[in-house]
Design a protein around this ligand. Structure first.
Ligand SMILES: [Zn+2]
Ligand SMILES: [Zn+2]
Length: 202
């Protein structure tokens, strides 16, 4: 069999290796969009590399892929280099493609909660030891746990995004400080009652 295009020995689909690879592609990849949170900078999609791998269309076997990106305005210009086998050929071929990834802004759930002032628990710091207590809380709580600290005449209200942060901190303070626990019904979501926990500590 000879190549129907150039007459050399045919290896695949009536084409020689060069002519076959000239028309066949290892993979297809088109421009796409990604979403970056303007609060924390995380992508909604896993990662640039991860998303590229998802967007790659191929019927061939890809054995390796590398990505180089360059930021240009609101886009990433990505050079994607993949190696693999274009069936029925058995030698490895390498192909690269240049695509544009448009970066759109969005706000993730976590950042909406923080900016919206959403909180599930309040630690009410009271009494003579209030500043000592605030210091302890500051050391104990993760940085993004607190949404707001409300200064009051009688102390501080520390608002916490998740009740878990409050209960963990309070469990360390119990015994050395006086803790009074209560809760308030603050609303309903999908038929479920939402409570806010309060811990008065002095
Ligand atoms: Zn040919
Ligand atoms: Zn975010």
């Amino acid at each position: 069999m000879f190549c129907i295009k150039c007459g050399k020995t045919a290896v695949a689909n009536n084409f020689c290796k060069e002519c076959f690879l000239g028309s066949a592609h290892l993979f297809d990849l088109k421009d796409f969009e990604m979403h970056k949170c303007h609060g924390c900078g995380n992508f909604k999609e896993v990662s640039v590399q991860g998303q590229i791998e998802r967007e790659i269309k191929t019927k061939n076997k890809i054995t390796s892929c590398s990505v180089k990106t360059k930021k240009v305005g609101n886009r990433l210009v990505a050079t994607v280099t993949c190696s693999g086998f274009v069936s029925p050929l058995r030698n490895t071929v390498t192909e690269d493609k240049k695509i544009n990834i448009t970066i759109k802004k969005f706000m993730c759930k976590k950042c909406i909660e923080i900016s919206g002032g959403y909180y599930e628990a309040v630690i009410q710091v009271r009494g003579d030891k209030k500043d000592k207590l605030m210091n302890k809380l500051h050391k104990m709580l993760p940085q993004n746990a607190v949404t707001t600290v409300v200064p009051l005449k009688e102390g501080y209200d520390v608002r916490l995004r998740k009740r878990g942060y409050a209960s963990t901190a309070v469990s360390y303070l119990r015994g050395r400080f006086e803790v009074k626990q209560s809760y308030k019904l603050v609303g309903e979501k999908k038929g479920k009652k939402i409570y806010r926990n309060f811990y008065a500590i002095r």
